[in-house]
Ligand binder design. Structure first.
Ligand code: HEM
Length: 361
């Protein structure tokens, strides 16, 4: 996708507006052929389930993005694979390590009502029963003005409007998988007691923004950079390579559990992996992201998010690409038509909302 392109109708709802609630569900698929066929049916018909639950309160904007891991992709569609798809690599720095953990499918379920998210997940797991094992399940919630539990507003620098499609969706560089995206998830637990011992100024230096009013600070002179600097990737021409994050807090205060579920969508997987190297190994090496001194990554898994036609095409073992037309899928309308359709949409299934609706408030 080129800069200025709109998110097309046939992309999954990676750009769904920041929601009040989310469930991040990662499952592995059992080895049998019958499990594979059951999963194939469920993921290719996911839009029907979104309608079934989402229609009960359209204003709650239920959405679900399906991501497919590298191993499962080869089982579902052995003929062709997205060019960058591979499992999450362990990233080991001198002090902190990002582990790689199992996951064949990611369901990123979002809505403005917790009961819709719950109901969708309940029916989804019902339909997958006997075929999958839950590897990780996290209920996230919006915390005040989109803050993480460290107390900072999280998500501000996300691409919006004309920048969004070019940052998040694969384009001509991998034509069979155009309109798809890579997504990386990591579940972090925080040591809030240690964090609370830092002064507000020290915390702000770790993050790179002011805490109360969220203003970006100038880059430190180095060698110890802030999180916002370490997670900024240069495109080599003076620009930045953005990713789309929809992190959410989770926690159980009664168990001393406080966390951030990191989720990042990107057109190029290497961009997220480079961010992680800069955070865990450091840039320069040895100067890791100090956010990690109070945040432990428990999981790390990578998925490919196919466009809707490619996802639906998996129904017959198809790998999308040129064969989509054979599967009877309508061609994507021009971008302008897509936007018109979104305005008339019922707000479910293939709902697209203008990127300008993505706000952090
Ligand atoms: C413990 C987990 C994490 C927390 C609590 C966290 C929190 C934050 C906060 C508060 C900001 C500043 C506001 C904003 O622009 O959103 C930020 C920025 C950012 N974070 Fe994280 N983050 C975490 C993990 C990650 C990871 C694992 C990545 C990438 C692999 C990442 C990538 C980014 C990027 C790209 C920015 C924007 C930088 C900029 O252009 O200013 N973050 N994060």
């Amino acid at each position: 996708m080129a800069e200025g392109d709109r998110i097309p109708l046939d992309a999954q709802s990676v750009d769904a507006p920041l929601s009040r609630f989310a469930v991040f569900l990662v499952v592995t698929v059992d080895a049998s052929d019958s499990a594979l066929e059951q999963v194939r049916d469920v993921v290719t018909e996911i839009d029907d389930l979104i309608k079934t639950v989402g229609f009960r309160d359209l204003a709650a904007h239920l959405s679900c993005v399906v991501g497919i891991g590298s191993t499962l992709w080869d089982r579902l569609s052995p003929r062709a694979r997205p060019s960058e798809l591979h499992p999450f690599p362990v990233i080991a720095g001198a002090r902190h390590t990002a582990p790689s953990t199992p996951g064949d499918l990611l369901f990123h379920i979002r809505a403005d009502r917790a009961d819709l998210v719950f109901e969708f997940e309940r029916l989804l797991l019902d339909s997958l029963r006997g075929a999958v094992t839950v590897a990780s399940e996290t209920q996230g919630f919006r915390y005040f003005d989109a803050r993480d539990v460290l107390g900072f507003v999280d998500g501000t620098a996300n691409p919006v409007g004309a920048e969004l499609a070019g940052a998040v969706l694969i384009g001509d560089e991998d034509p069979d998988f155009a309109g798809g995206s890579y997504v990386v998830v990591q579940k972090y637990l925080h040591d809030l007691d240690t964090w609370a011992k830092l002064s507000t100024e020290e915390q702000e230096a770790v993050i790179g923004r002011t805490k109360l009013d969220n203003v970006e600070l100038d880059d430190a002179p180095g060698p110890q950079f802030a999180h916002k600097t370490l997670s900024t990737i240069d495109d080599g021409h003076g620009g930045e390579l953005d990713i789309l994050r929809d992190n959410m807090p989770f926690g159980r205060p009664g168990h001393g559990e406080f966390g951030t579920y990191f989720i990042g969508y990107s057109r190029a997987l290497w961009v997220i992996e480079r961010m992680l190297e800069r955070m865990f190994i450091g840039e320069p090496a040895g100067f890791h992201d100090r956010i990690l001194d109070v945040s432990t990554a428990l999981t790390g898994t990578t998925f490919f998010v196919p466009s809707r036609p490619v996802l639906v095409g998996l129904a017959d073992g198809d790998d999308g690409g040129d064969d989509e037309a054979d599967a009877g899928e309508p061609a994507a309308p021009p971008a302008s038509a897509a936007l018109d359709a979104a305005d008339e949409s019922l707000g479910i299934g293939s709902l697209r909302r203008s990127a300008s609706e993505r706000t952090t408030s």
